[in-house]
Design a protein around this ligand. Structure first.
Ligand code: ZN
Length: 332
């Protein structure tokens, strides 16, 4: 999705809009721009040598200070990327900053956009734009077709390898010490606990009960509370059905069982079951229409209580794909 501000800017620069991304060659730079949830980004893809990056980084950091809306201007995986918080008035800063960054680049010997950032060989106008998505992060590159394809394969192979060979705690600490030598061991250990899901087997050892038992307890408790509330509030009690979701989630968590995809589905099913059970307690005194409203409305509201579980399920599915590449247009 691209809004008016970026579209207009793209037109001015003579860049194209494709698949919700601005891309093209402006002056001698391969430029792309996109926006998302609360941010706007522009990026410049070129064969940046590491030594050059280090030199430019200081100047770019100075630039960051000039723009309040800038989140960062950094080299990420060899691509220069500037990200802005999206608020009214951001577009003006975005434009000014874009030209400022280009004038910084003009001060250095940056290879022309026709030089492939991956292999360093000229593309003779045959370069292609690729939009990469990895774990929800976007990135645009202008390269040879085969270089982009090779990169996608390489990253996906790496992701697959990492999945099959999870890092041990010792390896993680060693790797982190290498990068951030100044951080204390304690902090790194804490970080490891946060990032790494404990071993599934290990988790199974320390669980109190199977997760579904906890979820069922939460579900029944929720149903009792909801049915009791119905006694006072009538149909309006369905507004409290989000509580069922909370209780089911809490019940599951209490068992200390592994969550995973299966656990998430159990939590969602038990939450809806809770509403049906509550309605069941009151079925004698409800009219058919009210019963339907209660079931449908209550189920939907109850899912608010497990919104994080649903989002987690959805995100996990997307993350599973690793890196995806979408080919944009050929340079004209
Ligand atoms: Zn190449």
């Amino acid at each position: 999705m691209l809004f008016y501000g970026l579209r207009k800017f793209a037109r001015e620069l003579g860049l194209e809009v494709q698949s919700g991304v601005v891309c093209g060659i402006y002056e001698r730079y391969a430029v792309s721009m996109w926006e998302g949830n609360g941010y706007k980004t522009f990026s410049i893809s070129a064969k940046f040598e590491e030594e050059l990056c280090n030199k430019m980084e200081i100047e770019l950091m100075d630039l960051e200070g000039n723009y309040r809306r800038v989140v960062y201007i950094r080299f990420i995986e060899g691509v220069l990327e500037a990200r802005f918080l999206d608020n009214p008035g951001t577009m003006k800063q975005f434009r000014n900053c874009f030209f400022d960054v280009l004038s910084v680049l003009d001060g250095y010997e940056i290879p022309d956009a026709d030089i492939c950032p991956k292999c360093g060989l000229p593309m003779y106008g045959q370069g292609v734009w690729s939009l990469f998505k990895i774990y929800g992060r976007k990135s645009c590159l202008y390269t040879h077709e085969h270089c982009a394809a090779a990169m996608e394969r390489e990253v996906n192979r790496q992701i697959e390898w990492d999945r099959q060979h999870p890092m041990s705690k010792e390896e993680f600490i060693e790797a982190m010490m290498e990068i951030h030598g100044d951080e204390s061991l304690e902090e790194i250990e804490k970080l490891y606990e946060e990032i790494e899901e404990p071993d599934t087997e290990q988790r199974r050892m320390q669980r109190r009960l199977p997760g579904w038992v906890g979820a069922l307890c939460g579900s029944v408790l929720g149903a009792f509370i909801l049915a009791a509330a119905h006694g006072f509030l009538g149909l309006a009690a369905i507004y409290f059905s989000w509580l069922c979701g909370e209780l089911v989630g809490a019940g599951y968590k209490w068992t200390k069982d592994v969550r995973g995809k299966k656990g998430s589905i159990i939590i969602i099913v038990m939450t809806i079951f809770s509403v049906f059970l509550a309605a069941g307690f009151r079925v004698m005194e409800m009219q058919k229409r009210d019963y339907l409203v209660y079931i449908v409305g209550g189920s939907l509201i109850s899912l608010i209580g497990v919104a994080d579980v649903i989002i987690g399920l959805f995100m996990a599915k997307r993350d599973d794909k690793g890196m995806q590449r979408k080919r944009l247009q050929k340079r004209k």
